[in-house]
Design a protein around this ligand. Structure first.
Ligand SMILES: [Zn+2]
Length: 87
């Protein structure tokens, strides 16, 4: 698990905007991200530890990669919907 910081996620989102991978929701907090050019698919998971936001991707990167950047948009929308639903 890698901690998501504002700086690291901004970089990842920018890279995702250039790469434009295909994001599929597997379940809440689990996403599959496919690179449309290479067809490579990776799985991204999000979790929370106190106030820390954590993410994990099964690609080779050891930093907040663009797979995480690509799926966090969908994750934020979904998390907000969940909160509204339970409130
Ligand atoms: Zn990745």
């Amino acid at each position: 698990m890698i901690e998501i910081t504002k700086k690291s996620i901004e970089k990842a989102i920018n890279k995702a905007r250039q790469t434009k991978p295909f994001v599929k929701i597997l379940e809440f907090r689990r996403y599959s991200v496919t690179n449309k050019t290479t067809g490579a698919t990776y799985e991204v998971k999000f979790s929370k530890l106190g106030n820390k936001k954590l993410a994990e991707c099964n690609c080779k990167a050891t930093v907040v990669c663009y797979h995480i950047g690509a799926s966090i948009g969908a994750h934020i929308v979904l998390a907000e919907q969940m909160q509204t639903a339970t409130a």
